[in-house]
Design a protein around this ligand. Structure first.
Ligand code: G3P
Ligand code: MG
Length: 245
């Protein structure tokens, strides 16, 4: 049986400020075998890791990533909002995370956050960087913007893609095939065991998000998902070790 990938959602986001180097490093200590992160692009074309389009919630600044230069973003504090001990954490670049992971076997799930703002040219920049670090087989692209995923597949067929969706997609394995996607990154309540079985028969994998309850993790593992995205990689690591996976 293939190992279930334990993806830390935005790093170890339950115990560290999300999408910071502290959160990524901590997730590896907690047993994550994969990391999920969100990428956006600055006004001057730098790839940065942050979930929201605006910087207000997770930094001491305000405004949109797309309107700021990297220099402006790089001085912001991205840790204090979560806890005093994280003061001084910065918004990381995608390149920093690639440097951390490229000599490990951790899988990196790069969510392209280009659903609201399209960030023209972002896909090419992300792909160039992944290729520069020779990490094409260690990376999966995910996005709620399926046009973007289809485009990525057309210019970088060697990199896996997973469609993100919330609910009720009819025969998502067939739909995924229309855009050349490899996996279904579905909101976990949209995943039933019989769907996983049928997707597998059609050569597509499921990787549900964001699964924090051990009972739910267990059900999905038994259904045959290939990965789980969680805020608590330590819970999933424990479950997988007791199951001998
Ligand atoms: O990849 C799953 C998950 O990250 C998608 O939603 O909003 O947490 O980025 P969000
Ligand atoms: Mg995400």
């Amino acid at each position: 049986m293939k190992k279930v990938i334990n993806y830390a959602h935005r790093g170890a986001s339950a115990v560290c400020p999300e999408n910071t180097m502290a959160a990524f490093v901590k997730s590896l200590e907690l047993g994550a075998t994969g990391i999920e992160t969100d990428v956006q692009m600055t006004k001057d074309g730098h790839l940065v890791l942050i979930h929201d389009e605006a910087i207000n919630r997770t930094t001491n600044g305000s405004g949109y990533v797309k309107d700021m230069t990297f220099e402006q973003l790089s001085v912001l504090d991205a840790g204090s909002w979560f806890g005093e001990s994280f003061e001084g954490e910065r918004i990381p670049t995608l390149e920093e995370l690639l440097r951390l992971l490229h000599q490990r076997d951790t899988i990196l799930n790069i969510e392209l956050k280009n659903g609201i703002f399209m960030y023209p040219g972002m896909e090419e920049r992300v792909i160039d960087l992944v290729r520069k670090y020779e990490m094409s087989d260690q990376v999966v692209f995910s996005s709620f913007n399926h046009y973007s995923l289809a485009f990525c597949k057309s210019i970088a067929p060697e990199i896996r893609t997973g469609i993100l969706y919330m609910e009720g997609l009819f025969r998502p394995w067939d739909y995924a095939a229309t855009l050349g996607a490899d996996a279904l990154h579905a909101y976990h309540y949209a995943v039933l065991p019989e769907f996983v079985l049928e997707a597998t028969e059609h050569g597509k994998e499921y990787c549900p998000f964001t699964v924090n309850e051990p009972e739910r993790m267990k059900l999905l593992i038994e259904a045959g998902v290939s990965g789980i995205i969680t805020d608590y990689p330590e819970r999933l690591a424990e479950l997988l070790s007791t199951k001998g996976e």
